[in-house]
Design a protein. Structure first.
Length: 422
């Protein structure tokens, strides 16, 4: 149960933060966001705000999504010949179009639709009260709503609030905002971890801490706050130089020059041995002192985020150079990692969430149709050409990309199942 809870929290937070990026910048660009959903599957709760966005919580607590007007899945349910009922405001404009047989609206005008334009002219035409001798045209309010057959009420989407009508830079920012939010989330989480551990390791000095009983460092007489000046006669001025020298002497006695307060001491130590890949190295059991300033903590969180991003970038590059499905992991792999993280404590869970957030951000920036990176490529092509590609071509490209991603997800998930359970 703990593993399931950790998995749901990690997966949902990372995806919802990603989708909130799209949502926020779409709103800023004046794009109608039809729905902001937390979870997937059937609705458990829905609330439509005055701005036309429906906020929903869905049954499967895995991720979420944002549905924007004109972003691929926006289709009206009106068709010629359809019976509807219209509600007007005081000026005679239509403010509600009811297509549902489940809902009856008082003082609504019954109409059989013959024509409509809810994007540009904002009109609806049809026969009133069964009178087929004369079609009547009504003006439709810009913020009118349609009640669908299932009873769900949504705003209409005139051209000016559709995704394609936003400026190019606004659309690019909206597409990029999801991955950007993932990077921001990782930065916040890694900075929080640095703060929780009391600061960031001081790599510019050789002052030691973390001396525990039974370690080679404790047996040598080292104490917290000691500054190691030299190892076997070789001067060391930073942590990298110190560890490099110590690693040269596994199971070998070495001389240490140590500064303790105003006093300089000569100590001997015998580093223990440990395997690092195919090499045996020495270690004393010491850790670097911490920088505890706010600036140091913020810089440490940023550096940790950059370092982990570079690791993932290199992994992606290696995957492209040498494709291997075993290098990929899907939801099953994340579940397995969640199990390990749950058993190791809160800090491990937070670190894992930060890493998955970076992974999701980088993956979504890949130039694959259907991903945010693929959409950004189309935006760049539009900027170069001076005009967008047709919606038909964009739809075909996106469909191909989506098919590729679904196939990849199936293969990765099946591979994970075989790897972890068989």
């Amino acid at each position: 149960m703990k593993t399931i809870l950790v998995f749901i929290i990690i997966f949902s937070v990372v995806v919802v933060i990603h989708e909130f990026g799209h949502y926020f910048f779409a709103k800023r660009a004046g794009i109608l966001v039809r729905e902001f959903a937390i979870g997937m599957g059937p609705k458990l709760f829905a609330h439509q705000a005055k701005d036309g966005t429906t906020y929903t919580i869905r049954m499967l607590p895995l991720g979420g999504y944002v549905q924007m007007a004109g972003w691929g899945e926006d289709e009206t349910e009106l068709t010629p010949g359809m019976p509807v009922s219209l509600v007007q405001d005081a000026t005679g404009k239509v403010i509600k179009i009811n297509t549902s047989k489940k809902i009856q609206l008082p003082q609504a005008i019954p109409m059989e639709v013959t024509d409509f334009d809810l994007e540009e002219k904002l009109t609806i035409t049809g026969f009133i009260n069964g009178n087929e001798q004369e079609a009547v045209t009504y003006a439709v309010d810009h913020d009118a709503t349609i009640i669908h057959e299932d009873g769900v009420e949504v705003r209409i989407a005139p051209k000016d609030v559709q995704f394609q009508s936003a400026k190019l830079w606004q659309r690019m920012l909206t597409n990029f905002a999801g991955p950007m939010n993932n990077f921001i989330l990782s930065l916040v989480l890694f900075t929080g971890l640095v703060f929780a551990q009391g600061g960031v390791a001081n790599q510019d000095a050789t002052i030691v801490t973390g001396i525990e009983a039974g370690t080679p460092a404790a047996e040598a007489g080292l104490q917290n706050g000691d500054e190691i000046l030299a190892v076997e006669g070789v001067d060391v001025s930073n942590w990298s130089e110190l560890t490099t020298e110590i690693q040269k002497y596994p199971d070998t006695q070495i001389a240490l020059e140590v500064k303790r307060g105003a006093e300089t001491l000569d100590l001997t130590a015998t580093p223990a041995s440990q395997e690092s890949g195919e090499t045996t190295i020495g270690f004393l059991g010491i850790t670097a002192s911490l920088k505890t300033g706010i600036g140091d903590i913020l810089l440490g969180g940023l550096q940790t985020t950059i370092d982990n991003s570079l690791v993932i970038f290199r992994a992606v590059g290696n995957l492209i150079a040498q494709p291997d499905i075993n290098k990929l992991g899907g939801p099953v792999a994340i579940f397995q990692l969640s199990s390990q993280a749950a058993s190791q404590g809160v800090t491990t869970v937070i670190a894992m969430m930060a890493m998955i957030s970076i992974n999701l951000g980088i993956f979504n920036l890949l130039p694959i149709p259907g991903l945010d990176g693929g959409k950004l490529v189309l935006n760049i092509l539009e900027g170069v050409r001076g005009k967008p590609i047709s919606q038909e071509k964009e739809g075909i490209i996106t469909l191909i990309g989506f098919g590729f991603l679904m196939l990849l997800m199936v293969l990765v998930t099946w591979n994970d199942i075989q790897r972890f359970f068989f």
